[in-house]
Structure formats: C-alpha cells, structure tokens
Design a protein around this ligand. Structure first.
Ligand code: TRP
Length: 340
C-alpha cells in the first residue's frame, strides 16, 4: 500500500522530444510513436512529449518547411492516438523557460564536451576528409544542440528519456551537466537516463537496411493509398519466381509481422514457403498495412484540415508544461543567486 501511495505521489516522469525535420515514417511509428503512446496509458507514468522545433532549426531552413513538418508531427501523434489529457504535448518554442535554462547551462558546459558530441564531431570529420575548414557549415545551433537538449530534459526533472540509439550520448551529456550543476549549486536536478526501444534497430526499410530517412528507404506513414501502394511495390526482393519457395527472412515478411495477428503471420509465412509470388505478397502486405493505417489516416487528414484545433491542443499543453517549468526555473535562478 505504501508503495502504491508513493507511486501515486512520485509518478515517474518520462519526457521525449520529436524534431520536425520531415515526414513521419513507419520506422518512427513502430520505433518511437507507438511505444510512447502505449507508455502514456500507464497511470503511474507522467508523460511529456514535445515538438523540438528549436532543435529542428539547425537543419530546417525555410518557414514553409518548418510549418509543414511541425504540423505533420503534431497531426501524426494525435492521429496515432496521443491523448492530450494523458500526455503533456507541447511545442518547445512555447516554453521560454527552456531557452533561459539553456543559457544558464551553457556556463556549466565545458566546450570540450561539445567538441565530442557526435553530430558536431561528424561534421568536423567530414570537413577534414574534404580538406576544408573544420567548422565549415557548422552553426552555433548545431554546436550548442546538446545544451538545449539538456535544458529540455532538466527543466522538467524528467527521469526516463526514450530516444533512438543515436541520442543516448546527448542524454548522457544532459546527465553530466546536471551533475556539474548539482555539485556547484546543490541538488536541484534529477539525473536523467536514456531508454532505447529495441524495435528501433530492427525495423527494415525498402532495401532491407534499417528504415531511416538518411538511407532514403522509408515508407511514409501518412500518404494517400496510392503512394503507400507504390512504396510497397518498391520493396527490394530477389528474382525467385511464383511457385518457388521463399524463406521468411525477407523484408515483406518482416513488415507483414508488424501489422498482422500471429495466426495471419503463420498463414502468410507458410504460403511464402509454398511459393507465393512476390507481387501477390506485396498486394497482401499493402492490404494489411492499409487496414491498420487507414483509420489513423482519416484522423490525420482531419487534424491537417483543422489546424486551429491542433494549435489549441498545443497551447493547452504549453500551459501545463509551463506550470511545471516556471516554478522550476524560479528555483534554479534562486540557486544560482540571480534572484532571492
Ligand atoms: N535530439 C532529439 C532527436 O534528434 C530530439 C530531442 C530534442 C529530444 N530534445 C530532446 C529527445 C529531449 C529527448 C529529450 O531525436
């Protein structure tokens, strides 16, 4: 009973940011969106999910794209079942406290730590290989990216940070910065830990490699049926003919498993072994996918054509987030002696 009470008082806080840098694809859905929405149904967990628009600014260079991608992300999460009464869902740029904290944290962040952050380091290595200035094309937004990310996390005392593998270093940096701060000013921040969904690494793209925007092998989650069908048709297969046995370790089977029931999977795999042709297999895969996606697509289209409703949802989310962020920043400013 005591444990239950404690759990009620000290709900575990989970926070993650989603960068609006493109259109959501199946890899995003199964690797991040779906598990995050599942997690938000747990009453013992307090979830904050936000659109990291200021982070996207390092790569998104036009107003049109920023707006397009931001609504794509917002509508995607809502369409996939995010319940704004269960999740604090907001836009980073609606939380000015985040940037204030970001500046404070800059002063506790060793420059060398930023030199070693992977996104910046990758740029430097690329520049060096090309024989150009090591900082060519690097802006301060990219360089300071991990500091702002630390602010996103620490401002809300979040404990668990679901991220892709490539982001675990950033969460460790946030943790380091929290430790520096706590050592200097007293125990203010909870130390965050990253949490990596297993599926992220497994989901395959059109060419059989991991589905990723950088490989250009993604299947976009919300497009019209025709485009979805076209994507499925582009899945790379071998040249075995209908009637020839196919092993079940192929991309079509792997994707099919994500959408079908165990019985359906068993039946499908048996028929693959018996020689189901690639063309027919693709048709079946498309039908199964579309069965899951189409009700969500309807919601997605609804939100896309009612963006004012989306704005209201995000504004409400920002209010809830600021109800946490404002007193937290006040506490931080006190701790560093800027206010009394
Ligand atoms: N950097 C993350 C990404 O590229 C997005 C992000 C920004 C984030 N702030 C965050 C993730 C805070 C978790 C917590 O995917």
């Amino acid at each position: 009973k005591v444990a239950l009470l404690l759990r009620g008082f000290m709900k575990e806080r989970v926070l993650t940011g989603i960068k609006p840098t493109g259109y959501a694809h199946l890899g995003n859905y199964f690797g991040a969106i779906k598990p995050a929405i599942e997690m938000s149904k747990d009453e013992g967990i307090d979830c904050l999910y936000f659109i990291a628009d200021y982070h996207a600014l390092t790569t998104v260079k036009t107003r049109e794209e920023m707006e397009e991608f931001t609504y794509n992300i917002a509508c995607t999460w809502l369409a996939c079942g995010l319940d704004p009464s269960k999740v604090i869902f907001y836009k980073q740029s609606d939380i000015p406290e985040d940037l204030e904290l970001g500046w404070i944290l800059c002063n506790l962040t060793p420059k060398g730590l930023m030199n070693r952050a992977h996104a910046y380091k990758a740029c430097v290595e690329k520049n060096e290989a090309a024989g150009v200035d090591r900082d060519a094309g690097v802006n301060m937004g990219l360089y300071n990216y991990p500091v702002l990310m630390a602010a996103d996390i620490l401002l809300f005392n979040s404990k668990r940070i679901p991220v892709g593998l490539d982001q675990t270093q950033h969460v460790e940096i946030a943790r380091d910065i929290a430790i520096y701060f706590n050592n200097r000013y007293g125990n203010i921040f909870t130390l965050p830990e990253s949490f990596v969904e297993k599926e992220t690494s497994i989901l395959v793209g059109l060419d059989g490699r991991k589905m990723s925007k950088s490989y250009g092998n993604t299947i976009q989650l919300f497009t019209d049926e025709k485009t979805l069908q076209k994507s499925v048709n582009r899945i790379v297969t071998d040249s075995r003919l209908p009637g020839e046995a196919k092993d079940t370790d192929n991309t079509i089977c792997k994707l099919y498993r994500l959408f079908a029931t165990p019985d359906e999977v068993q039946d499908f795999e048996r028929r693959m072994l018996e020689g189901l042709g690639w063309g027919d297999a693709k048709k079946e895969l498309f039908a199964k996918m579309n069965q899951t996606i189409s009700p969500m697509r309807e919601k997605f289209d609804y939100y896309q054509s009612h963006r004012d409703e989306v704005d209201v949802i995000l504004e409400e989310g920002a209010k809830k987030a600021r109800a946490i962020a404002t007193p937290m920043l006040a506490k931080i400013k006190k701790a560093i002696g800027i206010t009394r």
